[in-house]
Every structure is written in structure tokens, then in C-alpha cells.
Design a protein around this ligand. Structure first.
Ligand code: CP
Length: 306
């Protein structure tokens, strides 16, 4: 189903394809897969910092018996000599079987996919999309709630620049979710995302405070204010620390233990460590799901399952 497919935007995936990836991810947790990608090479090209995405792709590839090349510091590549992204990836495709790309520019993964003949996986392009994060977010939601259908999901924080929230909202539109976008007015989810959700008939609400929806949510998807994407540091200071989730705050909200809190991580000020040991917290589990989910994606795209 996914052989040789590029993974650029979650919008390119049907509900059936999403469910298929989640089933494969479950299989990857159960079955031995040590030689599945023996002889294959993944090029991990990271033009922006990453801990989880880069290392979980690397772990996934190595656990499947494949090898990994790449870089996480573009200043140590010929980019600093003026080589274009297009030229770089044209060369690198000759060294590998699949490319995983994180880039600060929206559209960089699409450009790469249009340039090379090996499959390309978008590991985050600017403030736009992060589709493989979405697969692991859905996997975590399904594992913790037992279903994806009909959930009330709150998205909290930086919904303007938060690419993980953009991709997840698109994906959840397949599953009859009710969505609450909770952010300061300056960090509302961009209009083109709202238009897509409207086209899909999603019920959504844009609000400022988590207190307005206390008790209604099945999932709270918390995000970091993306400091690095603000053109003006003064604007960042205005919203810095606007939400600070903690055990005390949740106790005040009188939210039932059924609520699950996800966060793509890293966190800074928006989520206190006091939450880590509560029943709400599933964000470490979520990050660890990166390995089986990315194993499933790599194996499927490289044609293991036909
Ligand atoms: N969730 C996520 O994309 O984390 P990293 O930036 O560490 O890869």
C-alpha cells in the first residue's frame, strides 16, 4: 500500500491508510524484524535540531537491520559553500534508498520529493507539517483510549507555528473528533487549516482558556510556544509562559483521570514535571512509540509488505 510513497503531508493519506500504518506499528512491537531492511540505507538529513525524530528514525532503521548516513549540523555540509538543497539531495539520492528530511522551510520536503527518485519522508518542514509525528500521536491515542473515533481533543499552546498540531488536526478529521483550539489570539491555528477542517465537516471551537473546556476533553495535546519561529522577539515575550500546566492546575480544573495529555516534546515552560507521575501523562510513552511507528513506515515504504 505504501511502497515507494513519499510521506510529505498527512493530507495525502486516507483513513484506511492511516489505520493500516497503525496496525503495522502494532505488528512491529510484536514481531521479530531484525533483518527486514538489511542492505538498505537511510539518509537522515536534519537542517534543524531534533532529538526524538532523528534518533527514533535511526533506531528504527538499525533495529530493522539497515544502515544510516546523514547529518544533524548543516554547517558541516557543503550548504555553507552555497550548495542548494536541490543539488545536495540529487547527490545524496545516489548514496541511499530513502531520505528523511527536516528543514526550516515549508515545502522543502515536497521540493526534495519532486527532485529525487528515492522515497522522501518529511520529518518536519518549518511551521507546516510533521506527518510521522502524527502517526505516533494517533498510535498513542489509540493505545491509551482504545479508539480514535469520536474523541474530544483540545490543542493547547502555539497553534500558529506548531506543525505537530496542524498535522494531527488534519488526521483526526477522519475520525469524527470534536476539536478545541486553545491559544492566545496571536497564536491561533492558521486560516487554511481551519478551511480544510470546515471542508471535512469538523466541529471546532477557537478559545483562549483551558478553563472554558474543563471536563469536556478526552485528549489534551499540549504544545511548546515555538520561540525559533517568531520574526520579532518582542512578540514571543508577550506570549511566553501563557499556559503552564501542572498537577495543581489540573486539580483546579477538576478533570477526570480519563483525560490523557500528549505533548510532542520538547517541553519548556508549558508543562510542569509534577504532571509526569499522574495518570494524565502519556507523553513519554508517546515519544517511545516513535520507534515502532517509524519502523512500520520505513518497512512499508521500502516495500517489505506487498
Ligand atoms: N517531537 C519532535 O519532533 O521532537 P524533536 O524535535 O526532538 O525531533
Amino acid at each position: 500500500m505504501l511502497k515507494n510513497r513519499d510521506i510529505i503531508s498527512i493530507l495525502d493519506f486516507t483513513k484506511e491508510e492511516i489505520s493500516y500504518v497503525l496496525e503495522l506499528s502494532k505488528r512491529m512491537e510484536r514481531e521479530s524484524s531484525a533483518d527486514m531492511l538489511k542492505g538498505k540505507i537511510l539518509a537522515n538529513l536534519f537542517f534543524e535540531p531534533s532529538t526524538r525524530t532523528r534518533l527514533s528514525f535511526e533506531t528504527a532503521m538499525k533495529r530493522l537491520g539497515g544502515d544510516v548516513i546523514g547529518f544533524d549540523d548543516p554547517d558541516k555540509t557543503s550548504t555553507v559553500k552555497g550548495e542548494s538543497l536541490k543539488d545536495s539531495v540529487k547527490i545524496i539520492e545516489g548514496y541511499c534508498d530513502i531520505i528523511v528530511l527536516r528543514h526550516f522551510l515549508e515545502g522543502a520536503s515536497r521540493l526534495t520529493a519532486d527532485t529525487v527518485n528515492v522515497p522522501v519522508i518529511n520529518a518536519g518542514d518549518g511551521a507546516s507539517q510533521h506527518p510521522t509525528q502524527t502517526f505516533l500521536d494517533l498510535y498513542t491515542i489509540k493505545n491509551t483510549k482504545g479508539r480514535l473515533e469520536g474523541l474530544s481533543v483540545g490543542f493547547l499552546g502555539d497553534l500558529k507555528y506548531g506543525r505537530t498540531a496542524h498535522s494531527l488536526a488534519y488526521a483526526l478529521a477522519h475520525f469524527n473528533s470534536e476539536m478545541y483550539f486553545i491559544s492566545p489570539p496571536s497564536l491561533r491555528i492558521p486560516k487554511d487549516y481551519i478551511e480544510q477542517l470546515q471542508l471535512r465537516g469538523v466541529s471546532y471551537y477557537e478559545i483562549d482558556s483551558l478553563f472554558e473546556v474543563s471536563g469536556k476533553l478526552d485528549i489534551l495535546y499540549c504544545t511548546r510556544i515555538q520561540k525559533e519561529r517568531f520574526a520579532d522577539p518582542v512578540e514571543y515575550e508577550k506570549v511566553r509562559g501563557v499556559y503552564k500546566l501542572s498537577r495543581v492546575v489540573l486539580d483546579k480544573l477538576k478533570i477526570g483521570n480519563d483525560l490523557k495529555i500528549l505533548h510532542p516534546l520538547p517541553r519548556v515552560e508549558e508543562m510542569d514535571e509534577s504532571l509526569d507521575t499522574t495518570e494524565y501523562a502519556v507523553y513519554f510513552q508517546q515519544a517511545h512509540s516513535g520507534v515502532p511507528v517509524r519502523k512500520a513506515l520505513l518497512a512499508a515504504v521500502l516495500g517489505v509488505f506487498q
